[in-house]
Design a protein around this ligand. Sequence first.
Ligand code: PAF
Length: 282
Amino acid sequence: MKILTTIEAIQNYATSCKTQGKTIALVPTMGALHEGHLTLMRAARKKCDIVIASVFVNPTQFGPNEDYDAYPRQFEADCEKLESVAVDAVFHPEPTEMYPEGYCTYVNVEGDITHKLCGAQRPGHFRGVATVVTKLINLSRADEAFFGQKDAQQVTVIRRFVEDLNINVHINMVPIAREENGLARSSRNSYLSTEEKNAALVLSRSLKQAKAAFSQGETEVTALENIVRQELGKEPLAHIDYVKAYAYPSLKPLKQVNEDTLLAIAVKIGKTRLIDNVILSA
Ligand code: PAF
């Protein structure tokens, strides 16, 4: 597996792949790789000749009081995992390579889709995501890019700017990878103590209950949100940031589940903020 750390190196690599007529898949990550990321890599491997992963903890998507400094960094272990799923190249730049002195250009997706859910809780977050993902797609000359459903709002935002800016890439959303006990896989799970990890199971459990109620005929959005809130309320270590349902992928408000609907939650377990969701298919 090639390790690329400079803009010049990834540009040269992508150009040489394209010259040979190869298709390129990009899987952007912030490292601390787990089975969820590897699921994305495998999906990418199936679809394209070349798979480029990026491992970059992107400073512009973290707020001043968020976990940028604490975010787990374990590049050597990440490389072993990437090699195990036959990734061709990993792009691992320094922050100054991506944002050198004088850098001042950002991709800002305006409007409703960035102002709710995680966008409301984390001002500036999606501006940082949109900026770095634009740069990564551009640098890698990707035909296909892969993201997880756990960040379903992120996928909507990325699809929006890809369409608006006429970027020639197809965005793939891969279902959430879960541990056997239901916990959605996340690099931030590594912050949880054993007790907190146990408590965190309430996220998937609450969504499962809402999904079951929906299968049994409950279509009122407020009722479904309340089922989730009630279950989360039973866990003393859980503090709700939001429990919200929106039409998916538009993220428009709705009263009844009469089109595909994202039921999304963000919950703090101790100091760790976790997200999870389910898509209810109408
Ligand atoms: O989902 C993530 O890990 C990040 O937001 C991404 C897409 C790698 C951009 O930094």
